[in-house]
Write a protein that binds this ligand. Structure first.
Ligand code: IMP
Ligand code: MG
Length: 182
């Protein structure tokens, strides 16, 4: 598959995770979740918007009945820095009581968004809450986040593609690359 953005786009930096690497890793994560949740029907909760691409691919590599729900949050920080103060913009539709919830995230940066979400979902009496993150930015998390499934650990550069945006652009890139604009 060729990249949907013009190759001449000066904002596209070096590839951090290729489309092939993503496909391989997503299949591995799906297989692991299939084994870990055998006999259960996990509820995949994607954090919009960034996680929608990963959620779509991940779910299709899970060989179990799964259900989906979506949550949208807005951080009060700037576009590229999270403050940890989170507002729920769109809440879940499904009751979490006794459900095995897997939070699906695009990238964990400071971990503050996730920390808030986990606390919020755990208060709704689920049977369990696990986290599956495609990307983990190395070294910046201040607390132990207890991530069950992580796709790739990446260096500090800001990245785009495979769901990740800058001002709503680049989510459709089939790979993850650095962003070299300002
Ligand atoms: P945290 O609360 O600092 O962990 O922020 C996580 C959220 O910030 C993610 O769900 C993304 O929406 C956004 N984010 C963090 N790093 C990047 C990046 O490199 N590219 C695009 N979005 C990012
Ligand atoms: Mg974003």
């Amino acid at each position: 598959m060729s990249a949907p953005e013009p190759a001449s786009d000066p904002n596209l930096g070096p590839i951090v995770v290729s489309a092939e690497q993503i496909q391989t890793r997503v299949a591995e994560l799906g297989a692991q979740i299939t084994a870990d949740y055998a006999g259960r029907t996990p509820l995949l909760v994607a954090v919009l918007k960034g996680a929608f691409v990963f959620m779509a691919d991940l779910s299709r590599s899970i060989g179990l009945p799964v259900e989906f729900d979506f949550m949208a949050v807005s951080s009060y920080g700037s576009a590229t820095k999270s403050s940890g103060v989170v507002r729920i913009v769109k809440d879940l539709d499904i009751d979490l009581s006794d459900r095995h919830v897997i939070i699906v995230e695009d990238i964990i940066d400071s971990g503050l968004t996730l920390q808030y979400l986990r606390k919020n979902l755990e208060a709704r009496n689920p049977a369990s809450v696990a986290v599956c993150a495609l990307l983990l930015r190395e070294g910046l998390q201040k607390q132990n986040l207890d991530l069950s499934y992580v796709g790739f650990k990446i260096p500090p550069d800001f990245v785009i593609g495979y769901g990740l945006d800058v001002a709503e652009r680049y989510r459709n890139l089939p790979y993850v690359c650095t962003y070299v604009g300002d």
